[in-house]
Structure formats: C-alpha cells, structure tokens
Design a protein around this ligand. Structure first.
Ligand code: ATP
Ligand code: MG
Length: 555
C-alpha cells in the first residue's frame, strides 16, 4: 500500500537538482484566508512542506490575501494553527498584501510597455467580448488607448476617483487565443473595501492570476505546486513573468486535487453550512475541516499518513473516506486507552451479590501496549449493560444475555440471566442475574466456555455522559455527481448526528480532558469533546471499530 516509487513532483524536483537547474528548492503553501482549511488543503500542505523537508529546501506559508471582500484575520489565525498542528514549520510567513506596492509598479511597467490597458466596459460587456471556446473574442473599443491615457486612468483608479465596476486594468495579450485565459485577462479591479491588513490604503486590488506568479517570483519559489484547474492558467502565469523584470523565474506544476467520498470540499459551501447553522461551527466533528477532524479525534499523524497513502497524481480521482478512517484506526488501536461506556443503559441486579460489597478488579488499559498499565474497576450489586445486549427471545447467533444464558462481564465475573422486570408497556426496566462468584477475573473455574463478553459500568460510580455518534454529513458517495437541479443541501444525512444523552461511562473516562482519545470497548474510538467536564462528560465518536477498508485490502 505504501508508495515506493517517486511521485511525478519528486521526479521533477530531483531532476532539477541533479541537472543544476536549481541549487535548492523553495515551495509555498498559499491559502486564501477566506475560510478554514479542509482535508484537501492538508494534501497540498503535506506535499509542499513535505517536498521542502525531503529535499532540504524551504517552504513558506503565504496568505494569498488579494481579495479583501472575503478575507479575515480569524481565518489567518486558524490556518496558522492548523498548519502547525499538522506538524509543519514554515520557513517564512508571507502575505501577498505585503507586495501590493510592487504589484502596482509592475502593472505600471506593463502599461508603459504597451502590454496593459484600462477598459471602461462593464463586467458583462467584457464577458461577451471574450467570446467562447468556439468563437474568438473581439477587441475592446478601449484596447488601443495611448500609454499616456492608460497611465492617467490607472492612477485615477488607484486614487479612488472611480466607482467599483466602472474601470479595470487588463493585460493586452490575444483576444483570439484558443486559451480563454489569454484573452486580455483583467489584472486589477476597483474594490472599495477595508483590507484585513492594509485597511483602506488601496482601492484597486490585483487578480489572482496576475499576482500569484509575482508572489512566487518575489519569494524565490522554484516549484509552485497547485491543483489541476490551474493548468490552463499556466501560459498566463508564464506570460506575466516573461513580460516583467522579476528577480526570479518560478515554475508552476499541477497535481490532482483530493476528492473524498461523502464529502464536500468547497470553502464557500462549508462557510454556508456554518452560517446557516446546519453544523456546529467550522470545527463541527462532521466537517471536513482540519479543525473538525481534530475535534472529532483525528491525529495529525493519521492525516499525514493518509496523504502519503493517496500519493500525488496528475488525474483527479475520488478517494474512499474509509482509507482515512483506516489510517486513524491503526494508530488509535496502538495508542488509545480502553474504557467502558454504556450508550443505552439497562440496569442489572446481581441477586446473589452481598449487599454493600464492592469488589475491585484490574483492567488492562491497552492490550496492544504493555507500557499502558492497568486501572482498577469497581463492581457492586447493581450494574448497567447495553440494552441491545439482552434479548428475551434471542435470534440465531446472538450470544449475549437471554433468559437462562451466561455471559462474561469484561474483566469481572460470569453472570447468568434470570428474570426481567417490565413496565406497564412491556418494556424491560431491570434484569435480575446471578454471578458465578468463583469466576472473578472472568474465567469459569471449571473451564466451561462462555461465548459472549459484555462491557458494563457499576451503578455506584458510573458517570452520566453525552455521547455524540457521528456519521457522514452527506448521503451521496460522490458529491460531484449531484442530480441536475439539486443542491448539496438536498443530500444532508439527517442521521449524521445521533446523540446518546443518557450514556454511562466508567469514572476514568469522566476525568478526561478535551481531545483525550479512547477506545470504548465494543463501540469504537471516541474523543472527549472541547466542552467536556468531570460533572458532564461529552464524547464524540471518532471512528467505529469496523474496518471495512482494511478488510477489502486483505481479500
Ligand atoms: P476551495 O475551492 O475549497 O475554496 P481553494 O483552492 O480556493 O479551495 P485556496 O486557499 O486557494 O483554496 O487553497 C490553497 C492551496 O490548497 C492551493 O494551492 C490549492 O490548490 C490547494 N487545495 C485546495 N483544495 C485542494 C484539494 N481538494 N486538494 C488538494 N489541494 C487543494
Ligand atoms: Mg482559491
């Protein structure tokens, strides 16, 4: 499963180092601070920072903050936190907005060279003038303005003399180019917005395609790695670099973006889920955001491993979310402390247990890790088991409690099921059992086989908890395949959160701190929520025990 061969980016980089095309590499991760990072960004982070680490180069964290309309310092801070949490350190922290002055100078250079002009058409006119994939564009009536007039208009745009949408600066390239991106793209527009860093200093802002290559040139980026949708933009990236006196010539390379099953990865839509209150914030454990995964109980190592497993390709694909879960499960199996939690409790009274007697039994904290030690579990006359672990009329293959049947209470005693107490509606409210008092520790003294082992908690010290059982947020496997006319909100899974309000957990679990990770026996891996307290513990389901992905691979 692990990738032995070099991916194509590694091939390019080692080739460039060997041939002496570059002496050392510089990469960058360039998020726009207009939302929280998601798992797709993690792929880009692992690739950019990973390449720098692997080849002894450096990687900058650069905020591509050229559009003040949607950007915010809240996002800047969350992005820094997430990159650090994933385990990476940036060589330098940069902001595209620090280069506004330089971008502006280069725009003027382009005007002076007759390679940019101010267009007075509105957005709609410009759109129509650009033509279509099958029809060439037509020149703007303003395309042949004199350099003097262009310089004057651009300086007045910059001074705030014109309203938004009335003028733009465009590169003068080729309105008949087969590549739509080359048909005189807009490079500056008027935006009278406060910028999160430059305030109201600017009222013209550069467009992404114009700014991005320059940012790379300023920072000495050797390998500017981005996602496939920018492939058609590369000629434009190169055009700006070639037509400007830049300090360094960067190169752009494209790789396939990550798509995950049952997952949406557009910041715009994720923001909408948050603002509409469909989820509990950017870090809702069902969100595909890095902070959502963190709150859900994912580790940075499992996300990094996932990014290694999926590799880097040149064609888009859909990755199974089960692979991500598999990476985490393998890690948690080795590291998570075991504990017992009863999600839907049914009281069991052990009739032959001496009133008031409390026994204490050792329990392994993690059978996969000898150094994890043991803890003491208390047990008395009244305990709770899972409601679903009792059946009055057991179906075939059910080895849990049923009238007359025996089961083992994990780490404790063998009990035998007696009578059930029912309420007026016939619902079982209590079970009477007897314990084999000679089976302390869980083994029958006569060696008789006990098929079922149940988890349980002692009524005397169990703590009532809320346990959030999370599933996929969406019902559609490939969110890229939505039916025509449907919205992503039509695919929300109403069962993506089911809450066990009256769960009971053993006292060790109640003492958990936020983000502590556990395996709840027979249930799965859980993580203490950020809101957990000793009095009101709250846990989130991280991932179930069932490894459908691992199983598939072994077939
Ligand atoms: P979104 O479309 O979700 O808003 P974006 O591409 O606009 O994402 P940016 O902040 O521009 O978000 O992304 C920063 C970097 O992360 C870019 O280099 C981008 O190519 C990369 N990236 C974004 N989404 C993915 C993804 N799903 N897989 C891999 N890389 C991604
Ligand atoms: Mg973007």
């Amino acid at each position: 499963m692990a990738q032995e061969n070099k991916n194509f980016i590694e091939e390019i980089i080692s080739g460039d180092l060997e041939s002496g095309k570059v002496n050392a590499i510089t990469t960058r991760f360039p998020p726009e601070p207009n939302g929280y990072l998601h798992i797709g960004h993690a792929k880009s982070i692992c690739l950019n920072f990973g390449m720098a680490e692997q080849f002894g180069g450096k990687c900058n964290l650069r905020f591509d903050d050229t559009n003040p309309a949607k950007e915010d310092t809240e996002y800047v801070e969350s992005i820094m936190e997430d990159v650090k949490w994933l385990g990476f350190e940036w060589a330098e922290l940069r902001y595209a907005s620090d280069y506004f002055e330089q971008f502006h100078k280069w725009a003027i250079d382009l005007i002076k060279a007759g390679k940019a002009y101010v267009d007075d058409q509105n957005a709609e006119e410009i759109r129509i003038g650009r033509g279509t994939l099958t029809r060439p564009g037509t020149n703007s009536p303003y395309r042949d303005r004199s350099i003097t007039e262009n310089l004057d208009l651009f300086s007045r745009m910059t001074a705030g003399e014109f309203e938004e949408g009335t003028h733009v600066l465009r590169a003068k390239i080729d309105m008949a180019s087969s590549n739509m991106n080359m048909r005189d793209p807009v490079i500056y527009r008027i935006l009278k917005r406060e910028h999160h860093r430059t305030g109201s200093k600017w009222c013209v802002y550069p467009m992404y395609d114009f700014a991005h290559g320059y940012e790379d040139a300023i920072e000495g980026v050797t390998h500017s790695i981005c996602t496939l949708e920018f492939q058609d933009h590369r000629p434009l990236y190169d055009w700006f670099i070639a037509n400007t006196d830049v300090p360094h010539i960067p190169h752009q390379y494209e790789f396939a973006r990550l798509n995950l099953t049952y997952t949406l990865m557009s910041k715009r839509k994720l923001l909408e889920l948050v603002t509409l209150g469909i989820v509990d914030g950017w870090d809702d454990p069902r969100m595909p955001t890095i902070c959502g995964f963190r709150r859900r109980g994912y580790t940075a190592a499992s996300i990094r491993r996932f990014c290694r497993e999926i590799g880097v390709a040149k064609a888009d694909s859909l990755v199974e979310v089960e692979l991500l879960q598999h990476c985490l499960r393998e890690e948690l199996n080795k590291t998570a402390q075991r504990g017992m939690a009863v999600l839907s409790p049914l009281k069991v009274i052990i009739d032959n247990w001496e009133d008031g007697f409390v026994d204490e039994l050792p329990a392994e904290n993690n059978p996969e890790d000898e150094t994890a030690g043991t803890r003491m579990l208390k047990i008395g006359k009244e305990i709770y088991i899972e409601r679903t672990d009792y059946m009055e009329e057991p179906v075939k293959g059910f080895f849990r409690l049923a009238p007359g049947r025996e089961v083992r209470l994990k780490h404790a005693y063998i009990i035998k099921c007696g009578d059930a107490v029912k309420d007026a509606n016939g619902n079982v409210t209590e079970l009477h059992c007897t314990a084999d008092l000679a089976s302390r520790g869980g083994d029958a003294p006569d060696g008789r086989k006990i098929k079922g082992t149940l988890h349980w908690v002692w009524a005397g010290d169990a703590v009532r908890s809320r346990i959030n059982m999370y599933g996929n947020l969406f019902t559609l496997r490939n969110m890229g395949d939505m039916e025509e006319g449907k919205d992503y909100k039509d695919y929300l899974d109403p069962k993506s959160l089911v809450v066990a309000e009256d769960a009971l957990v053993e006292p060790t679990l109640a003492a958990a701190h936020p983000l502590d990770k556990f395996q709840f026996l027979r249930h799965g891996y859980f993580c203490a929520d950020k809101s957990t307290t000793r009095e009101h513990p709250v846990f989130n389901l991280t991932v179930s025990l069932k490894d459908s992905w691992g199983k598939e691979q072994k077939k």
